[in-house]
Design a protein around this ligand. Structure first.
Ligand code: AN7
Length: 353
């Protein structure tokens, strides 16, 4: 029986018998072989399906640590800025812990699934008339000046919890992969995977450090361009972030992994989203599909070694933002065919003559 990230990796986290373990059973997510993507790229491709965490995104890994450590420090209230998934996770873990949560979200820019979670878990939700970066500035100010604990990924406890995903990949493969692909918003997750693999290397559980490839949406790619994006724009709302909170840490990680940051267009993200769900049976929110788009782009660029092992982290479940699956490539609504109760008609439609 999986006991959640803190209990599974107790000796690799900064916890003690004084740490209350606030958990919803996060972690232990599937590492799914992807034969279609392997065939297409000539690599051995696996998908780490982080949408299978309790609130449907990888944020739960960091939240179990952030809220547990906050409670250890006596916190009675937590706050976060969020494009959506952090707010859903904060609200859920705070509800279980019986403490108050406040979440600041960019007005009108949060996917319905995520908003419904924050509401359902009774968070104090405030829509800020600005973008995620504005929300984070306010959340940091409040945490500095009021008795409320910040649980964004600027809080190292979040990175600590999220590094456990690398441990699970090494547990599953018996070593680190050659390449790891993931989306990048604040770059906390990029930092966390690097930290996890570095620790696994130091404890001799792997003989290699993967090259970590991080991808941003073309309209919101500060790390790729090297400068802050004041008005980030992309349909991938989870990673619509113009001033990454872990920018410096991610650049340090990039140099240690011979890593790469790339940008993908919104069209490329949606094409990858369709490819993943139709060929690999994994349904993710658009931002997560950028890992697949990045794999294809780097494979077509001819920079990936044939036969190498690649892990793609897909960070959020498709049910968070399902509307994109109901639109065709040209953006028109998909309306499934409708017939009367008539078995011949159905047989005909299914081509069963
Ligand atoms: C589905 C999904 N995929 C990728 C990212 C990027 O991770 P980082 O690069 O560690 O920021 C996010 C981030 C979301 C928030 O930042 C938030 O919820 O406030 C996400 O929800």
């Amino acid at each position: 029986q999986w006991r959640g990230v803190i209990r599974e990796y107790w000796d690799r986290l900064d916890v003690s018998k004084n740490t209350p373990v606030i958990t919803l059973g996060e972690g232990g997510t599937p590492l799914i072989p992807a034969p279609f993507l392997s065939e297409k790229t000539g690599l051995d491709v696996y998908v780490k399906f982080e949408g299978m965490n309790p609130t449907g995104s990888f944020k739960d890994r960091g939240m179990t640590m952030a809220i547990s450590k906050a409670m250890e420090a006596g916190a009675k209230a937590v706050i976060c800025a969020s494009t959506g998934n952090t707010s859903a996770s904060t609200a859920a873990y705070a509800a279980w812990a019986g403490i108050t949560s406040a979440v600041l979200v960019p007005d009108g820019k949060i996917a319905m699934g995520k908003l419904s979670q924050a509401v359902a878990h009774n968070a104090n939700i405030i829509q800020i008339e600005g973008n995620f970066d504005d929300c984070l500035e306010i959340a940091r100010e409040l945490a500095d000046n009021y008795p409320i604990h910040l649980v964004n990924s600027v809080n190292n406890d979040r990175i600590e919890g999220q590094k456990t995903a690398s441990f699970e990949v090494v547990d599953s493969l018996g070593r680190a992969p050659d390449y790891h692909f993931m989306p990048v918003g604040n770059a906390g997750n990029y930092t966390a995977y690097h930290r996890g693999y570095k620790e696994e290397l130091a404890r001799g559980r792997t003989d290699r450090m993967p090259r970590i490839f991080g991808f941003q949406a073309a309209g919101s790619a500060p790390i790729v361009s090297g400068q802050r994006v004041l008005k980030p724009e992309t349909l991938a709302s989870a990673i619509r972030i113009g001033n990454p909170a872990s920018w410096d840490l991610a650049l340090a990680a990039q140099s240690d992994t011979n890593g790469y940051f790339g940008a993908i267009s919104d069209e490329g993200i949606l094409a990858a989203h369709r490819m993943l769900s139709q060929t690999t049976g994994v349904f993710v929110e658009p931002s997560s599909a950028i890992s697949v788009a990045g794999l294809m782009e780097r494979s077509e660029a001819g920079v990936l070694e044939r036969g190498a092992t690649a892990v793609l982290t897909v960070t959020g479940h498709g049910l968070k933002d399902p509307s994109w699956a109901l639109k065709t490539e040209d953006g028109s609504d998909i309306e499934p065919v409708r017939v009367p109760v008539d078995v011949e008609r159905v047989a005909e439609l299914l081509g069963m003559e």
